[in-house]
Design a protein around this ligand. Structure first.
Ligand SMILES: [Zn+2]
Length: 89
């Protein structure tokens, strides 16, 4: 079982971004999205994602911004949103 089948959106803090990388070799396509952004992205595609959705379900709706190809969940990292919440330097 891959880790994306074992992790639900609810497990990811809203302050973190999920990074998806393009599966095509050599394509630079990368997307970073928060949980809320992923749920909105699903809604636009007619896929209802909820906090109970697993990351592998999320992965299926992702399309590379550069080539339109499939993407894979790469990692979860602290979102840059936090910088905004903390105010300008
Ligand atoms: Zn791509």
């Amino acid at each position: 079982m891959s880790w994306t089948e074992d992790l639900q959106l609810r497990d990811i803090d809203e302050a973190f971004a999920i990074e998806h990388d393009c599966k095509m070799g050599g394509c630079p396509g990368v997307l970073r999205s928060t949980r809320a952004e992923l749920i909105r992205r699903g809604a636009r595609k007619g896929v209802e994602l909820t906090p109970d959705s697993y990351l592998d379900e999320v992965e299926k709706i992702m399309a590379c911004p550069a080539c339109g190809g499939p993407m894979m969940t790469f990692e979860i990292e602290e979102s840059q949103l936090e910088a905004f919440q903390g105010g300008m330097p």
